[in-house]
Design a protein around this ligand. Sequence first.
Ligand SMILES: Cc1cc2nc3c(=O)[nH]c(=O)nc-3n(C[C@H](O)[C@H](O)[C@H](O)COP(=O)(O)OP(=O)(O)OC[C@H]3O[C@@H](n4cnc5c(N)ncnc54)[C@H](O)[C@@H]3O)c2cc1C
Length: 420
Amino acid sequence: MTDVATTTATESIDEFAARGRAWLADNMPRVDPDNLPVALRAEQSSWDRAKELQKRLYEGGFAGLCFPREYGGQGLPLAYQKAFTAECRGYEMPLILNVPSLTICAATILDMGTEAQKRERISAAIRGDEILCQLLSEPSGGSDLAGVITRADRVGDKWIINGAKTWSTSAFAADYGLMLARTDWTVPKHQGLTMFLVPLNSPGITMRRIKEVNGNEEFCEEFFDGLELGDDAVVGEVNNGWEVASRQLHHERRAVGGGSEFASGTDSDNAEEMPPDHVAYAEVTGQGDDPAVQALAGRALVRRIVKNQLIDHVGSAIGNGSLPPNAGTLIRLFQAETTELEVDTALAIAGTAGVIDEGEELSGLLDSIGVRYLSRQTGSLGGGSSEMARNVIGERILGFPREFAADKGVPFNQVKRGRT
Ligand SMILES: Cc1cc2nc3c(=O)[nH]c(=O)nc-3n(C[C@H](O)[C@H](O)[C@H](O)COP(=O)(O)OP(=O)(O)OC[C@H]3O[C@@H](n4cnc5c(N)ncnc54)[C@H](O)[C@@H]3O)c2cc1C
């Protein structure tokens, strides 16, 4: 077995960064900044490659930096992760393992899981042996998460699961999923839920890929037909799943907004995630000197800068308690709005070259913008919609009155659903 390096408690951030720099140079593949690799999330090979790279990081002592040591991490403060991430630029990194596996699912298990779940699942994810995913949204809707109708019935000493989940990011590549189910129908909706950690290769689960408008097939839907789980699959307490889900949403908002301490490497090292280069588009289309185009590009660039500042500001304000944990929603909303503005601006500058593939140099730079435009709103849905984010900001941060809910305090089996 390979010896795993650990960080010494007395190592300064600068010393740690220097050690990281040297280790990266010796152990991780370099990437050409002008021709960044694309990790296609719908391809199994991308996940296999990410696991291999994660294993290298783990063996070098540079995986899971902010996770506790007893669960496979290095137990270091965020400043060390930031320093290492800065050193990672120019290297191929297993970025696709960040969301949702490490930043959302492992983070939630760390907060809410049993000792065995933490020791087994978190360390397997950090080692690059396993991938975790989220099984929350259902075909009947995702915004009203507390209204899930997948059921977990107690039969003897087992839980029997029946129902369906959808939009599960990268579930096809995952080993375990955090799945919210209803365990008590006689109490109001938030009180009868339980979170389960589901091994995805179990009998009783049928998984299918969903084909999106841009041709991608990363998302999955799962059907549970008599899936059997034991008590060891329960995360948190039975009927207290809403607390676990709330924690999960908290981590999701921070991860999607770019503010998670459990993320390693930066998305700007993955060509698929790179923000559009508006200035290059203006130049290549001969509009570089057009003041109207410069104004468009400038507006998008300013928004990007403000977003990055906001991530730091809100992240440290949550850390020092001057903003509540829900404030992660501010980052999440601003990130989604910024992405839409950036892609809209890119398409406005590219014009028809953004949608016509003529196989020429001009089109080669611009034709991906049209495809990207098709999925520009994913950031406004994934991790909860922007409308729901505005509700959270209004009600939980600004203290506005809560939205009226007809099902408030009503036992779930008496709540009218659909046509019933
Ligand atoms: C990129 C991406 C990744 C995702 N990954 C996962 C995943 O890994 N696991 C998972 O379980 N799900 C995942 N989802 C699903 C996502 O959580 C849902 O799409 C989201 O919660 C919205 O649910 P819905 O699509 O069912 O829309 P609905 O809930 O049906 O909502 C439809 C519309 O009504 C609006 N609306 C609903 N209720 C209100 C309200 N009270 N006030 C104001 N407006 C309201 C919504 O904002 C939305 O515009 C992902 C989605 C995307 C796009």
